[in-house]
Design a protein around this ligand. Structure first.
Ligand SMILES: CC(C)(COP(=O)(O)OP(=O)(O)OC[C@H]1O[C@@H](n2cnc3c(N)ncnc32)[C@H](O)[C@@H]1OP(=O)(O)O)[C@@H](O)C(=O)NCCC(=O)NCCS
Length: 301
């Protein structure tokens, strides 16, 4: 018998982690996460503690779903994520998790549901389509081997690069302001709060050794790049891969080679730390066509 129950905060974190790790272990870009990391994630200033469900089949853990509400979003959209352990797939549990999450979003005042699905899980996508979800976005992971980095491709040589100093409040405020200026035209954008930027810089459970660099032109910071290293990922996958987690250039300064310059600097800083490759995630429909910049530098999907 299928039992759907609510997540118990402070009790069910190990259960949640067990399902996620079992459900995603065959994803090549997934690495096992720990309860401690989940607890750090829960410290995110806007973490939504409600709307989490656990599915058990005949007393055995089978799946989880989170009907996520972002209180700072004003558009009435909630986000559903669901995972089912492989041995329990194809028995209708996915559908019940989604339907439970949809009811939950409705009760919480949401008017639209978005759901996240991995493109390799065709059955999940088909199921969402039968429930009237429409495809709105596709994302890709891209990688670059440092041996294949292209140089002399129009990088701007006039800008200076300086690191963000984490002990300087004005640097954190500047980073937060730049993020919001540069991402405002993006899908699902809502302003990132200063607390969220701080959380990311100081309490990020996954990326250690993260650094942010500013591009400075005539004394003004006009762009940034953030890079970091997920040591556990590297250990598990036996790679030395760094991660580019963000990049942005103010609108008025785009298409002058600053993005390339920042990217080359960020990759070099990862190389200095012993990395041999880097990866990043990109929205294929990014309105500023960031994917073109990545391809120009040598990243491949
Ligand atoms: C993506 C972004 C960082 C690019 O910065 P940039 O300083 O304009 O990039 P560059 O001038 O170095 O561009 C280098 C090359 O990338 C490609 N490129 C960049 N923007 C492009 C666009 N809008 N359309 C087509 N190609 C583009 C071009 O090949 C360009 O070279 P070219 O100008 O000689 O043709 C910038 O548009 C931005 O801040 N976007 C918003 C934030 C964002 O989306 N970040 C990425 C999240 S994944």
């Amino acid at each position: 018998m299928l039992n759907m129950r609510r997540f118990g905060k402070g009790v069910d974190e190990p259960v949640w982690i067990e399902v996620l790790n079992a459900a995603r272990k065959d994803h090549e870009d997934w690495r096992a996460i720990s309860v401690e990391e989940m607890l750090l994630q829960e410290k995110h200033p806007e973490f939504d503690f409600e709307g989490r469900f656990i599915a058990e089949l005949d007393g055995k853990l089978a799946g989880v779903a989170h009907a996520h509400v972002d209180k700072l979003r004003k558009d009435g959209k909630g986000l559903i994520r669901f995972d089912v352990i492989p041995e329990f797939r194809g028995r209708g549990i996915e559908r019940q998790l989604i339907e439970t999450a949809l009811r939950e979003l409705k009760v919480r005042g949401m008017t639209t549901a978005q759901a996240w699905a991995d493109s390799r899980e065709r059955d999940h996508i088909q199921l969402l389509e039968t429930l009237e979800f429409k495809h709105v976005r596709v994302g890709s992971m891209m990688e670059i081997d440092f041996a294949n980095v292209s140089r002399n491709i129009g990088e701007n040589k006039e800008v200076a690069i300086r690191p963000l100093q984490k002990d300087l409040d004005e640097d954190i405020t500047l980073f937060n302001w730049l993020i919001n200026e540069t991402f405002e035209e993006h899908f699902n954008y809502r302003p990132e709060t200063l607390e969220e930027t701080r959380h990311f810089l100081f309490s990020n459970p996954y990326l250690k050794e993260q650094e942010v660099f500013f591009a400075v032109l005539n004394g003004e910071s006009i762009g940034y790049i953030g890079v970091g290293i997920d040591e556990k990922y590297n250990l598990e996958k036996k790679v030395k891969a760094g991660e580019v987690f963000t990049i942005g250039v103010l609108k008025t300064c785009r298409r002058t080679g600053i993005g390339v310059r920042l990217m080359l600097h960020g990759l070099e800083s990862l190389k200095v730390k012993g990395m041999t490759s880097a990866m990043l995630g990109v929205d294929d429909y990014n309105p500023t066509k960031a994917i073109r910049l990545y391809e120009k530098v040598g990243f491949r999907a």
